[in-house]
Design a protein around this ligand. Structure first.
Ligand SMILES: Nc1ncnc2c1ncn2[C@@H]1O[C@H](COP(=O)(O)OP(=O)(O)O)[C@@H](O)[C@H]1O
Ligand SMILES: [Mg+2]
Length: 585
């Protein structure tokens, strides 16, 4: 775990933070970059010597020595260029990896409210595009800037020593280059962002079309989807074109620097060349140096632009890293043995919702008792279960476990006491076996997995899949029916063996016969388990000790079957429709 002070450093000075964390790669990279530029700065001078030697008809051995030196410098340049690239590569890919993992860990620690507010697409873009542009700033961006400055520091003194007056005259227009490059880069980034957005749109439509192909076909909407795809596809093409157009300005702007410098050099050098005050070798070398100055100027524009973009991305990353979860895990108590669950005047409203979803809910359940919760759709049943495992922060009232407020209990202990099998059966694209053992955090034994799927009456069906328990689910794997998915999610909950199991309408897609088989198996194998079951069918609530009837967030009735039947009109209606015998035989 990183220390808080380290986090402060990361938020304030990300570049410095990563230099401190990876000093070897950074300093080796810098050293070899410097060496490269010095060697690179020297070699036109060797060229000058060679040309002058030829002009003065120097001896062959002298010329050979110069050539050898030239070759040695070029060979060393190749080696140093390779080394700095490798070292810097290590430096910035490490930084990107680190920040991506940190971001992912932090995002997964946030509560569901955060995900209600922030669409998946934005979080994906944060973990990919923003991390990438931050990496570009502290990697290539910083490199380009350092490279530019080092080259200037090497080349300018050499040029000035050759001729001060040539230097300032030929370079006078060069400062325009970074300015123009920066402008061009800004436009490129702008259009590039648009291109990325169009691309996400394109993949979104393609993905949804493939995923929902059955629905599209049954509604005969292929043509409509195709024209939708065509329109987002051509929007993407236009965006790509825009980027290419802006890109095209890049080279001409750079060439403008060389061209202006070269033309001016011809003018200012012609007299010196005629009189022989300056050798051709010097002229050629000087011209080479003018060319060499174009890159540092471009680098200033590019590097600055990379930094601007990367730090804007880092600000977005930082904002997420600084977002605190609305569920604070500051409790100290751990639950050794579950004794009771009590709601005391709990009222709750969702963040975006103007209405209270739960109003003054109170009840108490003891270990070993089982509770059935019934009520119309939207009554607040799911919300009530979510509050117990602290998926949402509690506002008014108290939820007590063994007499302790749930905020005082560690979240881990709370979730090891209550297991919620959610209404929606969400399975991962892994094998059946891995999905069942998901909650254990480690592979379960084959026996255990088999036992749990036996309880939910699913083993027979799994054994008919092509690879049995090793069959892959989800994308390109097998698809289970709604009822099979539900039973699998129950098995996934059962295997954890928490003291309390909460089933949120988990048997809705299972037929009554299977439901009863599950029910009787469960009472036989998990005798000491306390059950809280949300259901719509009375048949799901056999062997239930207590009933809670919720309506519009209010407890309409609480108590035994007979007690509830006496006072709750909602329950009376259910019994009337479904038949008295369904619950108590
Ligand atoms: N994340 C949310 N934000 C805002 N309102 C929500 C959210 N989740 C549920 N609701 C609303 O809360 C009410 C109760 O929902 P829920 O607890 O799912 O009811 P039930 O499970 O009884 O059908 C509904 O009106 C629903 O629209
Ligand atoms: Mg619900």
């Amino acid at each position: 775990m990183t220390m808080p002070s380290q986090d402060t450093l990361l938020h304030k000075q990300p570049l410095w933070y990563y230099i401190k964390n990876n000093p070897r790669a950074f300093s080796l990279g810098m050293f070899f970059l410097l060496l490269t530029n010095v060697l690179d700065g020297i070699y036109p001078l060797i060229m000058k010597v060679a040309i002058d030697q030829i002009e003065q008809q120097a001896s062959l051995s002298d010329l050979a020595r110069t050539c050898l030196l030239f070759f040695a410098i070029m060979a060393s340049l190749a080696a140093t260029r390779l080394t700095w690239r490798i070292q810097f590569g290590k430096f910035h890919t490490f930084a990107a990896e680190h920040i991506r993992q940190k971001l992912f860990r932090h995002i997964t620690s946030l509560g569901p409210n955060y995900f209600n507010k922030n669409p998946v697409g934005e979080l994906m873009s944060l973990m990919t595009n923003d991390v990438q542009s931050f990496r570009q700033a502290i990697g290539p961006g910083m490199l380009i800037l350092a490279d530019g400055f080092i080259i200037m520091a090497v080349v300018l003194p050499i040029m000035a020593s050759m001729s001060w007056s040539w230097t300032w005259k030929t370079l006078i227009f060069l400062p325009l280059v970074p300015l123009l490059i920066w402008k061009v880069m800004k436009l490129i980034h702008l259009h590039y962002k648009n291109q990325q957005d169009r691309f996400s749109e394109l993949t979104g439509v393609a993905q949804e079309t493939v995923g929902g192909i059955r629905v599209i076909k049954s509604f005969a909407q292929e043509n409509h989807r195709t024209s939708l795809f065509n329109s987002v596809s051509s929007a993407f093409e236009k965006a790509c074109n825009k980027v290419a157009q802006q890109d095209a300005y890049f080279i001409p702007v750079m060439e403008f620097g060389v061209a202006s410098g070269s033309v001016i050099l011809l003018f200012v050098a012609k007299d010196d060349l005629f009189t022989g005050a300056v050798s051709i070798g010097t002229f050629v070398a000087f011209h080479r140096y003018i060319q060499k100055m174009v890159w540092p100027m471009t680098a200033l524009g590019m590097g600055f632009s990379f930094f601007q973009k990367g730090y804007a991305s880092f600000d977005r990353i930082k904002e997420v890293l600084k977002t605190e979860s609305d569920i604070q895990d500051t409790g100290k108590i751990t639950i050794e043995k579950f004794e009771s669950l009590e709601f005391r005047n709990v009222s709750f409203r969702h963040l975006a919702s103007p209405h209270q979803i739960l109003k003054n809910v109170s009840f108490k359940l003891r270990a070993g008792e089982s509770l059935g919760i019934m009520g119309p759709v939207g009554a607040g049943k799911t919300t009530l279960l979510n509050l117990i495992v602290r998926l949402y922060p509690l506002e008014q009232g108290q939820i007590l476990v063994n007499g302790h407020s749930i905020e005082d209990i560690t979240v881990e202990s709370l979730r090891r006491t209550f297991l919620l099998v959610p209404q929606e059966a969400y399975l991962f694209s892994e094998s059946v076996f891995e999905n069942v053992s998901f909650g254990l955090g480690e592979p379960a034994t084959t026996d255990e997995v088999q036992r749990m799927t036996d309880i939910v009456d699913l083993s027979h069906e799994i054994n008919q899949l092509p690879h049995k328990f090793e069959s892959q689910l989800g994308e390109r794997g097998v698809n289970l029916s709604g009822g099979q998915k539900q039973r699998l999610t129950i098995a996934r909950g059962l295997i954890v063996r928490t003291p309390v199991l909460m089933l949120d309408d988990s048997l809705s897609a299972v037929d009554t016969k299977t439901e009863q088989a599950i029910e009787s198996e469960l009472s036989r194998t998990h005798t000491s388990m306390t059950r809280i079951i949300v259901a719509h069918r009375l048949s799901s609530l056999k062997n239930i000790d207590k009933l809670l009837i919720l309506k519009d967030g209010v407890v309409e009735a609480w108590g035994s079957y007979q007690e509830v039947l006496k006072v709750s009109p909602t329950f009376q209606k259910i019994v009337q429709i479904q038949g008295e015998g369904a619950a108590h035989e």
